[in-house]
Design a protein around this ligand. Structure first.
Ligand code: PEP
Length: 252
């Protein structure tokens, strides 16, 4: 059995108002408390403005809290951004960096993602570093090249299995209802672990959690989470409903 503890992470993106966030977080906290011992860790990443209401709702449940992004700088003239210290202060233990929507909407390069991950590490946050190929890159047979170069460019020095989680999210699978085959997912995850080993060494790479993300749902999660190198999921749409997200977690 793998020493890597399964991480079921919800990326709520820019959805819902505070009442929705409170209801979702409260519903999950109730499930966690009723379940007692579970064989997974649960993480929720609400919109930044809703982190406080979620922190209150999940207190004492064991559910962990994360930001969806952080700035690379500690403070200063960065209108609209959130610092790692602010996330930490609000109760976060994690920060997603380099999500493909940030890479696309905000032009974030591997170098930017790397700086953000480094800032997260500096504040004692676990960086969930997202990578993944576009459909055109997959069609061109470049899937492994793209993911290898994103690992090389986005994972900072000083990364360890304790401060870093990798999320493999094929861009074309996000929010589309489409996924690679299970064999394809396993192939990419095993490849990513090998590329990560070049940066952090074999022992740390073997302990680092690599999540799959992209249309994971109650129906496909059992098979995906059973793959040898899949150590959890980063889940968007299906993380917005208590029952769906809970079912995914139960499939861990
Ligand atoms: C995501 O954006 O991180 C994601 C995986 O979204 P979805 O589950 O909706 O495809």
């Amino acid at each position: 059995m793998s020493a890597r503890r399964t991480l079921i992470a919800g990326n709520w993106k820019m959805n819902g108002l505070s009442a929705d966030a409170k209801a979702l977080a409260t519903g999950l906290a109730e499930k966690m408390k009723a379940a007692g011992d579970v064989n997974f860790e649960m993480l929720v990443c609400p919109p930044a403005i809703q982190i406080p209401v979620v922190a209150t709702a999940i207190a004492g449940s064991g559910i962990q809290l994360g930001g969806q992004d952080n700035h690379a700088n500690a403070s200063g003239a960065h209108t609209g951004d959130t610092s790692v210290a602010m996330l930490k202060d609000a109760g976060c233990g994690y920060a997603i960096v380099g999500h493909s929507e940030r890479r696309t909407d905000h032009g974030e390069t591997d170098a930017v993602v790397k700086d953000k991950a480094q800032a997260a590490h500096g504040a004692g946050l676990v960086a969930v570093i997202c990578i993944g190929e576009t459909e055109a890159e997959r069609d061109a047979g470049k899937t492994l090249d793209v993911n290898g170069s994103q690992i090389a460019g986005s994972v900072p020095d000083g990364s360890t299995s304790a401060n870093t989680v990798i999320a493999y999210e094929p861009v074309w699978a996000i929010g589309t209802g489409r996924t690679p085959t299970n064999d394809e997912v396993q192939e990419v995850h095993a490849f990513i672990r090998g590329e990560l080993a070049k940066k952090v060494g074999d022992a740390e790479a073997a302990k680092t959690r690599i999540l799959y993300g992209g249309s994971m749902n109650p129906g496909n999660s059992k098979d995906l989470l059973a793959l040898a190198d899949v150590d959890g999921g980063l889940i968007g749409g299906a993380s917005l409903k208590v029952d769906d997200f809970w079912t995914v977690a139960q499939n861990a």
